[in-house]
Design a protein around this ligand. Structure first.
Ligand code: NAD
Length: 341
């Protein structure tokens, strides 16, 4: 096998420019909740960065954007250390790439043995919002934070408490002593349209899009401002869970639902690849008729033992993948208007 040639000066230059650009766009997106480019454009730059790194691994520095979960912590909020790290997701952009990912995952699962090969796929909608981490101790909400860089997030407890369906105290009993519930805060599509209409009527600038509006709303300094925004949350994960009696993510969702947490009504546990592809097709056809915006489908290994055995990279879990729908021809005229968050 021929070793890859040393990268040319030009490629090195392209690589460094790309890395700087990705950092700059991430800053605008995560810190300022005001993206400078479309997601599709950002994704293709990120892809190119990954491509160059795959050809020349020697270029990969620890602080490369591909090694980090995007999202710094703003000084406007108190920093919060997550008990368990929060990750991003590996993306695939076509059904062929998804097939290739499933092949690799199934091969790894088979190696684990002991039932791993029969692992079912927990298939969910990829909600276009902001990831949060809720810490419950003995059934009581003690803290809420943004994802931040995955290790440290921002304390947004007071803002999060303005979202009515998030329980301050869980219902029932048998709660783990300590549990991190992860989910996505979003603005439902209809509420977003109505909220913007009201802003325009009042002569104010409308919000750019539901994702950045949700992020900006949750990261307000004044919780009274957050309370005016029509925010909702759906659970999509679990972090630290000392003493939780569940063997899979779907079993956990059932428990969280019983305890009064908002679990998405849209997820399914699917046994076969055909069913996963069917799910993708079905929701692709009706993606604009759902309660909230989605930018894809997330496919996860349901079984916790298999998740643990597959593990994580520094940025993403190896047991999950996000299939992104092809970008649509949308007119992002609103992005040109001042972003009012
Ligand atoms: P990601 O959004 O691709 O995936 C990870 C996130 O998905 C999780 O943290 C979680 O918040 C969310 N998520 C939604 N539904 C989920 C579910 N059912 N299960 C698990 N997670 C779920 O990754 P990212 O690192 O947050 O950001 C990359 C995304 O942000 C890309 O889509 C990119 O286009 C966009 N982005 C855009 C810009 C820009 O300038 N336009 C800049 C940075 C990032």
């Amino acid at each position: 096998h021929e070793p890859e040639a040393i990268p040319s000066e030009a490629l090195r230059g392209e690589y460094e420019n790309l890395a700087d650009l990705v950092r700059k766009y991430r800053f605008a997106y995560y810190q300022q909740d005001a993206p400078l480019v479309s997601d599709a454009e950002f994704d293709s730059l990120f892809r190119r960065l990954e491509e160059i790194e795959a050809l020349h691994p020697e270029l990969v520095a620890n602080d490369s954007p591909t090694q980090e979960v995007g999202g710094e912590v703003s000084a406007a909020f108190a920093p919060v250390e997550h008990l368990q790290r929060m990750y991003s997701l590996e993306d695939v952009f076509s059904l062929e790439e998804l097939e290739a990912w499933l092949n690799r995952a199934e091969a790894s699962i088979e190696k684990i043995g002991d039932g791993g090969a029969r692992a079912a796929w927990l298939t969910e909608l990829k909600i276009d919002g902001l990831a949060v981490n809720l810490l419950y101790r003995d059934g009581k909400l003690v803290r809420a934070a943004t994802r931040g860089d995955g290790t440290t997030g921002e304390d947004i407890t007071h803002n999060l408490l303005t979202i009515k369906e998030i329980p301050q105290e869980l219902r029932g009993g048998g709660f783990p002593a300590e549990m991190e519930v992860r989910g996505e805060v979003f603005i439902p599509s209809k509420a977003f349209a109505e909220f913007n209409e009201a802003l325009i009527e009042a002569g104010k600038a409308p919000l750019a899009n539901p994702r950045n509006a949700a992020a900006g709303s949750l990261r307000q300094k004044d919780p009274a401002e957050t309370a005016k925004r029509p925010l909702k949350m759906f659970v999509h994960g679990i972090g630290a869970r000392e003493g939780l009696d569940a063997g899979s993510q779907s079993e956990t969702y059932a428990l969280l639902n019983e305890w009064g947490l908002p679990v998405s009504p849209y997820f399914e546990v699917l046994e076969t690849r055909e069913d996963v592809l069917g799910f993708i097709k079905r929701y692709g056809d009706q993606r604009h008729k759902l309660l909230h915006e989605i930018d894809g489908i997330v496919i996860k290994v349901d079984d916790f033992g298999t998740q643990r055995a597959l593990g994580n990279t520094t940025r993403v879990p190896r047991w999950a993948v996000a299939y992104k729908y092809p970008p649509e021809e949308v007119h992002t005229k609103l992005l040109d208007i001042q972003v009012n968050v």
